[in-house]
Design a protein around this ligand. Structure first.
Ligand code: TZP
Ligand code: MG
Length: 204
C-alpha cells in the first residue's frame, strides 16, 4: 500500500463527536488521509444502525478521497465494502481473514519487537505501533512504549507504520522522525475545540 495513506490517520466511533458526520467531514476536508471506524466504548451503535452510519461515513470518505478502515468487524467491513480492516494482537489472525480482504488493506497493531517478530505479516499491509505515549482513549492499551521502541520496531520491518497513542501537536514530529510514516490519533482530533486548526497543525 501507499504509505502516504497513513500520514494523518483518524480513529473514532459514532459517539466520539457531538455531531459525527459534520465533524468527520470537517476533519476529512482539511486533510485527514485515512479513517478507522472503531465502534467501541460508550453509546455504541450495533446492527443496522451501525451499518447505516458506516455507509454514511463511507460516502463522506469517498467525497474527500479518505481511505476507510473498519476496526475488527469483518462482517461490517465486507457489508459496506470498506477499503480495509484493522486487527489487534488478540483479534482474528491476519491469515484467517476471509478472501474478501485479499486485495484490501490489512492493518495490525504491534506493541513491541516480539509481537512484530511473532506475527505472520504475509497479509499485513501496515502496522500500527504503540501506544507510543500514555493514552486515555483505550483502557487496555498498556504502558507507553516510548519513542525508542517505535524506532526499533519500524527499523525491523519494511511495512508502512503509523505511530499511535497519546500523539499530539507537540509530539507528532518526533514520531515521524523516528520511523513512523504517519500518525494515528483519537483525542487530538475528537476532543479538539477547533477540528480544522488541529488537523492543520498535525499536517505541518
Ligand atoms: N490503540 C493503541 S493506543 C489507542 C489505540 C486505539 C488510542 C489512541 O488514542 P489517543 O487519544 O490518540 O491517545
Ligand atoms: Mg481489536
Amino acid at each position: 500500500m501507499n504509505k502516504n495513506i497513513l500520514r494523518l490517520y483518524l480513529i473514532a466511533s459514532s459517539s466520539s463527536f457531538n455531531n459525527p458526520l459534520k465533524d468527520l467531514e470537517t476533519a476529512f476536508k482539511h486533510g485527514v488521509t485515512c479513517f478507522q471506524l472503531r465502534e467501541k466504548g460508550e453509546n455504541i451503535k450495533t446492527g443496522q444502525d451501525l451499518e447505516d452510519f458506516a455507509f454514511k461515513v463511507k460516502a463522506i470518505c469517498q467525497k474527500y478521497g479518505v481511505i476507510l478502515i473498519i476496526n475488527d468487524d469483518v462482517y461490517l467491513a465486507e457489508r459496506i465494502e470498506a477499503d480495509g480492516i484493522h486487527i489487534g494482537q488478540s483479534d482474528m489472525k491476519p491469515d484467517d481473514l476471509p478472501a474478501y480482504f485479499n486485495d484490501k488493506i490489512v492493518g495490525l497493531s504491534v506493541g513491541n519487537i516480539k509481537e512484530l517478530e511473532s506475527s505472520n505479516l504475509d497479509r499485513v499491509s501496515y502496522i500500527g505501533v504503540g501506544p507510543v505515549y500514555a493514552t486515555k482513549s483505550k483502557n487496555d492499551a498498556g504502558d507507553a512504549i516510548g519513542i525508542d521502541v517505535l524506532k526499533q520496531v519500524t527499523e525491523r520491518t519494511q511495512l508502512p507504520a503509523a505511530a499511535i497513542g497519546g500523539i499530539t501537536e507537540d509530539n507528532y514530529k518526533l514520531c515521524l522522525d523516528n520511523g513512523a510514516d504517519g500518525i494515528c490519533v483519537i483525542s487530538a482530533i475528537t476532543q479538539s475545540a477547533d477540528i480544522e486548526q488541529s488537523v492543520t497543525a498535525l499536517l505541518q
